[in-house]
Design a protein around this ligand. Sequence first.
Ligand SMILES: Nc1nc2c(c(=O)[nH]1)N[C@H]1C(S)=C(S)[C@@H](COP(=O)(O)OP(=O)(O)OC[C@H]3O[C@@H](n4cnc5c(=O)[nH]c(N)nc54)[C@H](O)[C@@H]3O)O[C@H]1N2
Ligand SMILES: Nc1nc2c(c(=O)[nH]1)N[C@H]1C(S)=C(S)[C@@H](COP(=O)(O)OP(=O)(O)OC[C@H]3O[C@@H](n4cnc5c(=O)[nH]c(N)nc54)[C@H](O)[C@@H]3O)O[C@H]1N2
Ligand code: SF4
Ligand SMILES: [Mo]
Length: 724
Amino acid sequence: MTAREVPTYCRICEPLCGLIATVEDGRLVQLRPDRDHPLSRGFACPKGIAFTEVQNDPDRVLHPLRRTADGSFERVSWETAFEEIGARLRGIIEAHGRESLGWYFGNPSSFSYSHTLWIVGFQLAAGLRHVYSAGSQDVNNRFVASHLLYGSLTTVPVPDLDRTDFLLMLGANPIVSHGSVVSAPRIRDKLSGITKRGGRVVVVDPRRTETARLFEHVGVRADTDAWLLAALLQVIFAERLEDAAALRDQASGVAELRAAVAGFTPESTAPVTGIDPEVVRALARDLAAAPRAAIYGRTGTCLGRHGTLVAFLIDALAAVTGNLDRPGGSVFGKELVAVSELNARLGLVGYGQRRSRVGDFPEVLRTFPAAIMAKEITTPGPGRLRALFTSAGNPVQSVPGSDELAAALGQLDLFVSIDLYLNDSNRTADYVLPATTFLERDDAPLPFTALAPIPYTQYTEPVLAPYGEARQEWEIIDELARQIGVQPFAFGALSRMLGAVRRRAPGGRAARMSPRVLLDLALRTGPYGDRFGLRRNGISLRMLRRHPHGLVLADRIETGVLRKVVRHKDRRVSLAPDEITAELRDLTAPAADPAYPLRVIGMRELKSHNSWMHNADSLIARREHAARIHPKDAADAGIADGDRCRVTSAHGSIELTARLTDDMTEGTVAIPHGWGHSGGWRRATEAGGANVNLLMSSDIADVERLAGMAHLNGVPIRLDPVPA
Ligand SMILES: Nc1nc2c(c(=O)[nH]1)N[C@H]1C(S)=C(S)[C@@H](COP(=O)(O)OP(=O)(O)OC[C@H]3O[C@@H](n4cnc5c(=O)[nH]c(N)nc54)[C@H](O)[C@@H]3O)O[C@H]1N2
Ligand SMILES: Nc1nc2c(c(=O)[nH]1)N[C@H]1C(S)=C(S)[C@@H](COP(=O)(O)OP(=O)(O)OC[C@H]3O[C@@H](n4cnc5c(=O)[nH]c(N)nc54)[C@H](O)[C@@H]3O)O[C@H]1N2
Ligand code: SF4
Ligand SMILES: [Mo]
C-alpha cells in the first residue's frame, strides 16, 4: 500500500497547529508540521510531533476493560460493558435518584466538539448535578470575572497581539505553553513582533521564565498579583492618568473602584508583593501612557487564593487605561458558534444558579469545583455522588488533595472512565472504555476562534479509522444515555434552540442528532455562518471542507463591539460589583507560618503536557522531575543541586530532585504538576517524580469562594534534605 498524506491539526493545546499525517495501511507513520496552514505555517512543537507515539502506543487501551476481583483488568465486549454498566446505573438511580450520578471531564475534552456537546446534552437530558471539570483548576475564575464585568461568562477579551505596543503579561509563559485563552500559532514570533515594532512586553512572574528571559521581567511574590494590580490602579487614579473619556463611555462603578483601591499604594503593597514601589509607579505610568496596551493573565494568576479578583482587576486595568475594545488593547473576538448569544436567551449555562451540596459553592458553566469531588463522594446524605464517569481526565494528578480523591474514588458504587490509557485515576475504575484519539475523529475547534487575535478555523475529517475497538466519546455517551432512558440531543428541541429548521422524524419520536449535523447547524447559524445561503462567504461544513489546511476568517478582531457583547442592562462594564469590592475590602495577606516559610508554584515544561504525554519516549527520555529552588533557599535548607529533597506542606509531603537556579525569586519553589505516575503507562511510571497535588489542600476553606478555584499556586511549604 502506498502512503497517504492528510492535512489535519493538532488538538493538544490551544494554537491548534496544522499537521500533515502520513498514513499507511490504516496506521499512522508520522506527523509533521503543515507548511500550508495559513497561520502556523510549518510550525509544530515537540509534543505535536510526538503524538505519533501516543497514537501507536502499545500501552493504549484499545478494548473495553472490566476490573476483576484481584484488581487487574480483563477485556470485555462493548455489549457486555454497556449492559453491565447500564444495569448498575439503573440500580443506583432506583435506590438514590439521578442526582447520585456524576461526570468529570478533563482538559482534552475541550478540543473535541462532539465530546463537549454530548456531555452538555447528557447533563441536560439526565439532569446531572455532579458535574466537574479541569476548569476549576484552570480558568473558571476568568469566566466568573467576565460574568461580573460584562454580564456574560463566555465573553473573554484577548490581547490584540498584532497591534499592541505594550503587553503586560502576568502568570503566563507562552514560550513554553504556546499560549492559553489566546489562540495564536507561532506566538513567539507575535511577542517578538511587539518589541520589534518598538513596543514592550513586561512579564510579571515569580520565576524568570523562558518568556521573561526574552523580554522584561518583574519578579513578584507568589499569589500577590491582586495587590500589584490594585496598586497599579491606585497610581493611575491618584495621578489622574485614567482614560476618563473611555470610562464615561464604557463603564459604571468607576468612583467605587477608585475608592476600593485607594488604600493600595505601591508603598503599602510592596511588603506583600516584594516589588519596589518605584517599579510599580513606573509601570503604571508607562501602561497609562502607551498608545495601545493589552493586559493578559493566565494560570499563574488563576490558581492563587484570589483568582476571580485578579482576573477582574486585569480587565479593570484595561478599561481604566482606555484599552478595552480598542485596537491593540484587550479585544472581544467573535464566536464561531453563538454560545454567548444563545446563553443570554436561554440561560443554559450560568453562574450560581445552583450551589454545591458540600461547601455551598456556586456552579460555573454547570460545573462545581473539582476540589470538592472527593467530599461529595464521601459525605453521606441525600444527593451523595455514587456513580462517577471521567472522560479525558486524570483528576488524581490534577486536583488538589490527590490522596483524598484517590481514596474516595474507591468508595464509589460505580466508576467508569473513558480514556486512551490506564492512568493514575482510572486504574481503580470498574470499567475503562477506550476512546479514539483526535486523529480518529472529525473535528472543528469551536471554543477557540473567539480567542484568536487573527480569527481562524479548520475542519478535519478523521485521519485514521479507530485503532482496536476505540470509540468516540459521543457515541459512548449516547449509548450510556440510552441505557438509562434519556436522549442527549433530540432533533426537535435542538433545532428549535438554534432557531433554525424545525423537523420531526417520521413516527413522532424525535430523531437522534449526529454531531456533524449539529455542527453544521451551529456553524451556519453562528456569527460567521452562511445563514443557509443568506450570507455570502459565510461558513458551513461544506465550505470548511474546501479549506483542508485551515481558514483565516478575518485579519483582525473587530473593535467597537462592547455595547454588543456586554449583557448588563446598562450595556456598561461593571467595575465595582459587590463581590469584588468585598474582596478588595477583605484582602489580607496570609500571616507567615515559620513551619512553612516558602511558597510552591506550578510551571510547565516544553516536553510535558499536564499528566498525559509522559509515555512518549521521545518526550520523556533523559528527563527528571525537579523542584526549581533559589540557591539561597536551598542553602538555608541544606540542599545542594541534584540532591533529593523533601517538600512538605500542611497537607502532604513529596520527594523529588532539587535543581538550583537564580531564575526563581527567593522564597518561591516551582514544581511541575503531572509527574509521579502509576497505572498502565509503563514508560511514564518509570520516569518517577512525584504528584505535586499531594501538597495541595482540598479543604473547603482553601477553595476560592467566587469561582471554586483550587489553590495550587503560592501554597506554603518547607524544604528538607533527604539523607542519601
Ligand atoms: N498543581 C497543579 N495542578 C494543576 C495545574 C497546575 O498548574 N498546577 N494545572 C491544571 C490545569 S490548567 C489543567 S487543564 C488540569 C488538567 O487536568 P486533567 O484534564 O484532569 O488531566 P490531564 O493531565 O490533562 O489528563 C488528560 C487525560 O485525558 C486522556 N486523553 C487525551 N486525549 C484524549 C481524548 O481525546 N479522549 C479521551 N477520552 N481521553 C483523552 C489522557 O490519556 C489523560 O488520561 O490540571 C490542572 N492541575
Ligand atoms: N508544554 C506545555 N504546554 C502547555 C501545557 C503543558 O502542560 N505543557 N498545558 C496547557 C494548559 S492545560 C494550560 S491551562 C496552559 C497554561 O498556560 P500558561 O499559564 O501560560 O502556562 P504556565 O507555564 O503554567 O505559566 C504560568 C506561569 O505563572 C507563573 N506563576 C505561578 N504563580 C504565580 C503567581 O502567583 N503570580 C504570577 N504573576 N505568576 C505566577 C509560573 O511561574 C508560570 O511561569 O498551557 C497549555 N500548554
Ligand atoms: S504548540 Fe505543539 S502541542 Fe500545541 S497545538 Fe502546536 S504542535 Fe500541538
Ligand atoms: Mo489547563
